[in-house]
Design a protein around this ligand. Sequence first.
Ligand code: PRT
Ligand code: ZN
Length: 226
Amino acid sequence: TKNDQPRLRIAIQKSGRLSTESQNLLKAMGLKINMREQRLIAHCENMPVDLLRVRDDDIPGLIMDGVADLGFIGENELEEKELERQRLGEPAEYKLLKRMTFGGCRLSIAATEEFDYQGPHSLEGLRIATSYPELLKRYLDEQGVNFKSVMLNGSVEVAPRAGIADAICDLVSTGATLEANGLKEVQDIFHSKAVLIQAKAALSAEKQALVDRLMVRAQGVMQAKE
Ligand code: PRT
Ligand code: ZN
């Protein structure tokens, strides 16, 4: 699909772990945005930029389909969607503009405290609950381990206690959630940060010039923070 919108469209998470820092960076880059309104589209007041405020899960697809020009997204969601689309033969391309310093976490396999983990082969034949079946399968395929994934979009950490899985594969930052659910991290499989990505198709010269200017500002803001 050709995107001939004159205004640059940037997709950001509407509310969640990436939204405050994505918005703060855009503001530091000089964009004046009125975020009080609870709208899908927020118009920037001083530049030809619109923000699309959506669920983070939707951002990789919006970029890969060329519906949004830029987007802030966690690498975990981005690579999961990329693998899924590649498997389905759907458009899965994007350009990486910049890795951010925020949104850091890891995708890890966790099991009950008494589980005797000796390495990936200890997971052979288990049912593993996850929201990231593609990343999990890529890792365990590389290790030559057979398993069954149980897809859950939330409450993954209660699956072992509920008897619907033997282990889980979920995002971890402090580990407090695992601990509160009687689980221990046995294997990290993917390290993630937020990234800024751009749609693959060429932008109009005006829009690309604006992106280039914004990226120079982003670079300055991020360097000043170091
Ligand atoms: O509503 P929407 O779909 O937009 O949001 P969401 O609920 O799917 O995502 P959100 O806001 O929770 O996370 C967005 C992104 O933040 C993720 O895709 C990751 O890239 C990144 N991120 C960084 C994290 C965490 N840290 C994190 N700790 N995402 C989730 N968590 C979870 C973790 O799984 C656990 O359940 O937060 C909980 C607390 O973690 P602990 O280890 O500190 O206890
Ligand atoms: Zn989400």
